[in-house]
Ligand binder design. Structure first.
Ligand code: RM4
Ligand code: MN
Ligand code: MN
Length: 413
């Protein structure tokens, strides 16, 4: 991408935007300040239940994961935080990790607990964790979450994300009401240990790994439980955790209306929890979601700052770092486009029942090529003109392979 091509595209866009009454510099500032966390498990090749293909040069430990996020931060200027998964990425030496992160200007975003696998703990989670019929197992799962909070406190994190795999595979296997009650009580015990300036982000998912019933299958159940916890508990929306064709933007609007939106896990999907690159399959949906987000914040339904942002994708055919660069770019583009929506005109259309006009307003924003705007925001922040091109030109993966080895495997799924 030649610099003069970028300049020409930007000035053309700038002209179009000011004709629409929009201030290019203001938009650039907004785009530049929007930061999205990267999870510690997204830096290696992701597996499926059929196996895993190594990509080479995968980070061997948390320090190397931080180095990869540091690189993403330097190139894209779109991420400044890591979200840790415990026990996959339990810091061995907290001070060292804190120092390393500080050197790379990386914050610790929400901590993720794990009660969906066995990793040598005394009691098995095979039949569930926070919802288990056995109170000792529930207790163990609660204690794990409390430990995750302790680790997070040392690192300066301000949130605990709970995703529960609990549920059942066959009718009759679980007592559906009791499982919900036990889950609520377990979460109350965890909530009691939550520091006052933290939030609890409660994720939902309709199915997988359980296929008959999941204890927290949807945003409504998650919100219901949060109501039993307290104001610091809110609902986390993972884009892949919906049945096909669900109107996710409506869920976002509803949650914001109730000040109940904790944050996002960005990814994209065709069928289920596919964990594909954000914006690769349904960019219009992503844009509509951002329209609800920016509008909800503008109209003060819920503040922008109270929402957490994270990528939660898995890559088994792409280089994870390339994929994350693409995802960060797509998210910024969707955000930028949502800022272009002519709200006054849209409100007028809604008032007059002008369905055609309303669609035109949205499409006008969506079909605007904002790439130069997003690029400029990145350059002004000190990032690369074209991060993907830089990554390939500098042969970063090849260098990682030389340094870390060909057969390394990052922790994660
Ligand atoms: C789940 C969910 C969680 C993530 C795990 C690895 O499907 O999205 O957020 O921690 O996967
Ligand atoms: Mn998730
Ligand atoms: Mn998921």
């Amino acid at each position: 991408m030649p610099t003069d091509f970028h300049q020409k595209s930007l000035s053309l866009l700038s002209e179009q935007l000011s004709a629409r009454g929009l201030d290019t510099n203001f938009l650039i500032q907004k785009i530049a300040s929007f930061q999205i966390a990267v999870p510690s498990w997204a830096l290696g090749a992701g597996g499926t239940r059929f196996g895993r293909f190594l990509i080479g040069g995968e980070p061997r430990n948390l320090e190397e994961k931080l180095e990869d996020i540091g690189l993403l931060a330097k190139l894209t200027k779109r991420t400044d935080a890591v979200s840790l998964h415990i026990p996959w990425d339990i810091p061995q030496d907290v001070q060292l990790i804190k120092q390393k992160a500080a050197d790379l200007h990386i914050r610790f975003d929400a901590m993720n607990s794990n009660t969906f696998q066995d990793y040598g703990q005394p009691l098995t989670y095979k039949m569930g964790s926070l919802s288990n019929a056995d109170s000792d197992i529930r207790k163990q799962a609660v204690e794990h979450n409390l430990l995750v909070i302790e680790v997070g406190k040392e690192l300066g994190s301000k949130g605990l994300t709970v995703w529960l795999a609990d549920g059942s595979n066959f009718p009759g296997q679980a007592h559906i009401r009791k499982a919900l009650q036990w889950t609520t009580e377990s979460l109350q015990d965890i909530y009691a240990g939550l520091p006052a300036d933290w939030k609890l982000l409660l994720e939902y998912k309709p199915y997988e790994p359980n296929f008959y019933h999941t204890v927290i299958p949807d945003w409504g159940t998650s919100a219901l439980i949060c109501r039993h916890l307290g104001e610091q508990a809110k609902v986390l929306v993972d884009l892949g955790h919906h049945l096909p064709n669900t109107n996710i933007e409506q869920i976002v609007a509803t949650l914001m209306h109730q000040n109940m939106l904790a944050g996002f896990h960005f990814n994209d999907s065709k069928y289920g929890d596919d964990d594909l690159s954000t914006g690769s399959i349904k960019p219009y949906q992503l844009f509509l979601i951002f329209c609800e987000l920016t509008n909800g914040a503008e109209e003060k339904a819920q503040s922008w700052e109270s929402i957490s942002w994270m990528i939660d994708a898995s890559h088994n055919t792409k280089d994870p770092l390339e994929d994350l660069i693409q995802a960060l770019e797509s998210i910024s583009q969707a955000y930028a486009k949502s800022l272009l929506v002519d709200r006054k005109k849209l409100n007028q259309c809604q008032l007059e029942g002008d369905v055609v006009g309303a669609q035109e307003v949205l499409q006008d924003a969506f079909l605007t090529d904002v790439r130069s705007l997003v690029r400029e925001a990145r350059i002004q922040s000190g990032g690369e003109l074209d991060p993907l091109d830089y990554y390939r030109r500098e042969r970063i993966r090849e260098k990682r392979i030389l340094q870390r080895g060909k057969n390394t495997q990052a922790s994660g799924l």
